[in-house]
Design a protein. Structure first.
Length: 294
């Protein structure tokens, strides 16, 4: 970084880490293949501000083509393998599995002072807590496979957590975490063309103007929230205004119910757990987020 930046290319293998790997500006950490390059984390922490890989105060930094795996010996994540496997299961959405209290560790975090950085084409598997915490601005998470978290209970754990501005989340698969949460002042973020086994939750006082478009959102039968949800009024602040939910394909808790998924209709969030059709006409180009066919 001090020499102007560049690429660190990781050859095939498993790279164990027991302390946080801190990214640097203008440095890209790239694997030769995401299935052959595994960063195996045993970082310990007791709150959601501990991470395996952390972007703090950096710009132009990226992680590409790697697998992050959080290793916890002697304890399995409580989850179900299929989308349609019984009713809501409170045990899945709990904390401290096996009585272990020091694995509240996020996989990848980006601080408020991080900008123009990215995660691309990675596997993020079995996080201790948050899979992604995206607090920075003008950052991208793309083409990545995100699955499972040990801690996904109350108190803000186990999220794909978006609290920054002008960030793009595109082309990812996200499974078996608590929420894809947009909150705490998040504004002008785009969540586009992802496959989600989890709700999109305007969780606690986002600033509005976020776009949720062209995602396939299929919540499991054992997931407890609506396709588009909010935090509870008792202990969260209300969502912001002018959030746009448009042209998503949805299946609510495997009932076949297409909540807020009618093509061409523009939905928004009005208060707690209240999603409504705005009645406004769709743009003539049938998208709020034009992308090149190439």
């Amino acid at each position: 970084s001090s020499g102007g930046g560049g690429v660190i290319l990781l050859t095939a293998g498993t790279y164990p880490i027991s302390t946080t790997l801190n990214m640097k500006s203008n440095v890209v950490l790239r694997g030769v293949s995401k299935d052959e390059v595994i960063i195996e984390s045993t970082v310990k922490g007791t709150d959601s501000n501990a991470y395996s890989i952390y972007f703090d105060g950096v710009s132009g930094a990226g992680i590409e083509n790697i697998t992050h795996f959080y290793r916890v010996d002697g304890c399995d994540i409580i989850d179900k393998e299929t989308l349609n496997n019984g009713d809501y299961d409170r045990q899945i959405y709990s904390n401290d599995p096996c009585g272990i209290t020091n694995i509240v560790v996020g996989a990848i975090g980006m601080s408020k002072t991080t900008s123009n950085s990215w995660v691309d084409n990675c596997n993020i598997l079995e996080s201790g807590s948050h899979a992604i915490r995206l607090r920075g601005n003008n950052c991208t998470v793309s083409r990545s496979y995100i699955d499972r978290s040990y801690n996904k209970g109350p108190g803000g754990r186990g999220y794909f957590d978006i609290t920054g501005n002008y960030n793009l989340v595109v082309g990812n698969t996200v499974k078996r975490i608590r929420h894809l949460a947009i909150q705490l002042g998040a504004r002008y973020n785009v969540v586009y063309n992802n496959l989600l086994w989890v709700d999109v939750n305007f969780h606690d006082d986002d600033a509005g103007e976020n776009l949720i478009e062209k995602n396939t959102i299929t919540t499991p039968s054992w997931h407890g929230w609506d396709i588009i949800a909010t935090g509870a009024a008792d202990y969260h602040r209300p969502p912001g205004v002018n959030n746009i939910i448009f042209n998503n394909t949805t299946n609510h808790r495997q009932t076949g119910e297409s909540l807020y998924g009618i093509e061409g209709k523009i939905y928004t969030v009005l208060g707690f757990s209240k999603v409504e059709d705005t009645g406004k006409s769709a743009p003539s180009c049938i998208t709020f987020f034009p992308m090149s066919a190439n």
